[in-house]
Design a protein around this ligand. Sequence first.
Ligand code: NAD
Length: 392
Amino acid sequence: MSHERPSISVFGLGRVGLCFAACCAHRGFHVIGVDIDEEKLSVIERGEAPFYEPHLQDMLEEAVREGLELTPSAHEAVIRSDISFVTVGTPGGPDGSVDLSQVESACHAIGEALAEKGAWHLVVIRSTVPPGTTGGLVKDVLEGSSGLRCGPDFGLCMNPEFLSEGRAIKGILEPDRIVIGEHDRRSGDALQAFYERFHGDASIRKRILRTSLINAELIKYASNAFLAMKVSFANMMARLCQALPGADVVAVMDGVGLDRRIGRAFLNAGLGWGGSCFPKDLSALLSFAGGLGISLPLVRATIEVNDEQPLVAVELARKALGDLRGKRVAVLGLAFKPGTDDVRGAVSLKVIGALLAEGAEVVAYDPKAMENVRALLGNTIEYASSALEALR
Ligand code: NAD
């Protein structure tokens, strides 16, 4: 990174990539955002965030003013930047498979550009990928399409993203830790130098963990599995509390969470976890381990508890109201969590599905996610303009 204002390129301007690109621009980097979705590029170019995330709109306006560049051309982005971050999607199949086609095509395009660049360039995988992908498929595709050797000719790191939607900007600007999985020392040094500059403070070093590519990939999956397990644990205890007069899972978890060895975070009982990460990452971990002949009973139980949880709520409604046929039921909150409009894997959809199957009529409200649900469910449910109206 020889320039005054180091240049980076970010491949895939989704929930992770766009927030990361905006934060990098905010911290003074010259950023080139790349996406194959040209409609999305033109929305971003106007300074409009294509999805809701707190603070993103303001940061994006600032980034566009400060010269955030957008292009569908991988070639241009690689030639004119020092580091390429890959934040494309890695959607999961119902069998726990992970679709790596976006990673493969982004890396293929980066490799082709590297062939013409004639200078060392660092490629950083930030997407969540199964263990072995970065050192295997990614490296092979980059080497194959560039005709260059990973290490001497270009660098490669796996740097998992731990942000959570609804707090993405804070998660990127003030991370708990930065995991740098490195193919070789030079690659890790270059990425660490980037983060020291990004945070402008050498104290960030204490929060950087340098390790191998495969450990970095595993840290991401293990972290998500552990967090999901805490939620399922709280939900399991909630079922017990429900059967005991006077017991309250909130008080129980408050008491449990005060122990610093345990912590209170992610011990909230409720409808279970959803979203675009936990469901696909836990299934992927289970299926990956299964392929090696290794069973992960805690992960399996975590998923099992979670699959049943939304139906527990419908069962409670049935107990209170009797037959649900023809009953009007308000569903408040449609996004998979507060602070986002993302409905991928949202528990609300499971609850609504179960209610409709029982013959209930559903009136739904969410301050941010209504349009995304309308696109999926259309007129099968009614939409209210406020929580109060839904309740009325
Ligand atoms: P997303 O689906 O919102 O965005 C992916 C973007 O990549 C899209 O804009 C798509 O058009 C673009 N894209 C696809 N192929 C491309 C290519 N060849 N070149 C350039 N752009 C391309 O995905 P997301 O939610 O931002 O997740 C990205 C990755 O980060 C995933 O691996 C996910 O598991 C991981 N992750 C997500 C979160 C989260 O909260 N969403 C948190 C941590 C990690």
